[in-house]
Design a protein around this ligand. Structure first.
Ligand code: PEP
Length: 250
């Protein structure tokens, strides 16, 4: 089994002072892990996060980036503006971006390509809604998100990508997919990647689970064979809870 990649998605939470407190509390709690630890913080916390985590095992990520390097795109951030700060990861296509801000598989692909070109590691989110799952369309939706959202991504680029399978019905709801549901969906997603890139590339690919993962359910999820880590929202806002998720897999 691979070591895991555990990423916190702070969403639109934490002022700079709160970020400083959270990061300072987190550093000693995760320093012994073999897993990769990432915190994806609001743009305004990035500088502080990079500075505070220097010399630690915590990596810093942003929560979005644009597909162009500059231009008339009010409110957006260019990938090189992130790398310039020392940011390493970026979340792309989170379901909240797809639902509230009109992200599509095409914009996810464009953002992913630009992030890769700048040297960022994209954490690309996919996942079905409850309606899609209940109507028997889960595999169709996941298949489309992977085939469309990765269609111009090369095998070489895939090695620098993390995929997060996040069933929309489990995000921020307190309803977690069972260990088996998460494992089966990720196995399916991996089979689509295997079809596109070959078995070896698909096996190497990190595919996280995300959706109400916390200190209580992390161990079960992270011990499943297909689950290579977690993308954690709510539980990443409390140092002890996030550290417990990180340390749930030895
Ligand atoms: C997320 O934001 O990606 C997420 C999974 O949130 P939560 O853990 O709160 O469900």
């Amino acid at each position: 089994m691979k070591n895991k990649i555990i990423a916190g998605n702070w969403k639109m939470n934490k002022t700079r002072i709160e970020a400083e407190q959270l990061i300072n509390a987190l550093i000693p709690l995760v320093k012994g892990t073999k897993n990769t630890v990432v915190i994806c913080v609001p743009f305004t916390d990035l500088c502080k996060a990079v500075k505070l985590t220097k010399g630690t095992n915590i990596h810093v990520g942003a929560q979005n980036c644009h597909w162009k390097e500059s231009g008339a795109f009010t409110g957006e951030i260019a990938p090189s503006m992130l790398t310039e700060l020392g940011v390493e990861y970026v979340v792309i296509g989170h379901s909240e971006r797809r639902t509230y801000f009109g992200e599509t598989d095409a914009t996810v692909l464009a953002r992913t390509k630009a992030a890769l070109a700048a040297g960022l590691k994209p954490i690309v989110c996919i996942g079905e809604t409850l309606e899609e799952r209940n109507s028997g369309n889960m595999e169709k939706v996941l298949q489309r998100q992977v085939r469309e959202g990765f269609k111009d991504v090369t095998e070489e680029e895939l090695a620098n990508i993390v995929v997060a399978y996040e069933p929309v019905w489990a995000i921020g709801t307190g309803v977690t997919a069972t260990d088996e549901q998460a494992n089966d969906a990720i196995a399916f997603v991996r089979s689509v990647f295997a079809d596109m890139y070959g078995k070896e590339a698909a096996e190497k690919l990190y595919i996280q689970y995300g959706g109400s993962m916390n200190d209580k359910n992390a161990e079960g999820l992270l011990n499943m064979s297909e689950i290579d880590g977690g993308l954690i929202g709510g539980a990443s806002l409390v140092a002890e809870k996030f550290a417990a998720v990180v340390n749930a897999h030895k």
